[in-house]
Design a protein around this ligand. Sequence first.
Ligand code: DLL
Length: 423
Amino acid sequence: MKGNFHNELMETAPRKEIEELQKKRLRSVVDHVYRSNPIYRKLFDDHGVAPEDIRSLEDVKRLPMTNKEILRESYPLGLCCVPRKEVKEMHMSSGSTGTPVIMPYTPADLEQWAECMARCYHMAGGREGDAVQITPLFGLFNGGFGMYHGARAAGLFVIPAGPGNTQRQVRLAKDLNTRILTGVVSYGIRIIEVMEEMGETLPDLEIGIFGAESFSESMKKRVSEGLGVEVFDIYGMTETGGVGTLGQDCSAHDGLHVWEDHYLLEVIDPKTGETVEDGETGELVVTALTREALPVIRFRTADLTRVLSRDKCECGRTHLRIAPITGRIDDMIIVKGVNFFPKQVEQTLMGIPGVGSNYQIIVEEIDGVKDVRVNVEAEPGVTGFMVEKALKETLGFSPKGDIYPIGGLPRTEGKAQRVFYKK
Ligand code: DLL
């Protein structure tokens, strides 16, 4: 077990201490947003709650919940809680529905992000001086810059490759002895394909940090075997401040440690809004305790997960662990009375020998009846019947679909689109 910490004192602090800190920080962030932003103030006033009402951690439940809508409606900087001159960077998520969400950062926010992300690098076994090849886009997407800020804080040697030009990417990794490769999951798969085409291996590569997309256990196995690395599942989102802010798994690979000194988590039943018990799956709700420019308060992430443990982990960390993300609430597909998530399809497909790593789930409506097709790439010898049978066993019904030769489905350099809706 690697005992690699970035901030050992905080990462291993006793629960009681973390909770005391959370309580203090919750009071202070509530006070900050109430005093500095009229939208937040109105939201709190309409909900009948004032900063003085927040005395314990339980009192978080007295606060109103927020969601992506309020961030969209206040585009571009309506929810910003600091004067414009204090904002030094921004990132943005475009989302599927059009209006983007902008996340502003003060210098302290950038440090907070770097701290969270640096903890993730160390938790994955990164050491000062390691070459880290960062393949998410450097731009409005938070992935590239977040991994950059964190790598600087962790003392790594940054190769700011960004996505694309994959042959050059492989050569760079070889020539510069890249030890840590980071990316969105589907780009990890793309690199494996190109390595195979080039007949290259990357013996110095040991650590793969991937996320931003559905990441089933069987996909993790493929990425791990294809790249020859230990794979880590990294989590974060624009609204909480970007990649790594919500943590990652450690070498025990038993859930994602969430940085609780910076974020207060709740898991709720998305229908009733009530908190669910630890172990029960629900929607993750996040309050950012330490951000200045735009701290989200009880933000409904739409991501589904469950609390796995609040006990000290074998790695020594005390920050709670959540299950890898099941999917987004709005990604749930209901066909013929069966509910499922794209991740379940991925998990099944990736478990079939000879099936490639690219797939499409097509939801179509014919004469008012929803149907689903699953297209997948596969080696010769894999038949549609084999795929249907495997899906029948896990989903309870067997979607039809087409088998494409490896390389037959489109590739993307950013987040892959897996689900397509057709009318
Ligand atoms: O995707 C941040 C990120 C960049 C994470 C690079 C990991 C690597 P957004 O574009 O705002 O930010 O999208 C956030 O992506 O609410 C989840 O639905 C999904 N997501 C992020 N990480 C994971 C993960 C980045 N590890 C949204 N597993 C989130 C599953 C993930 N889904």
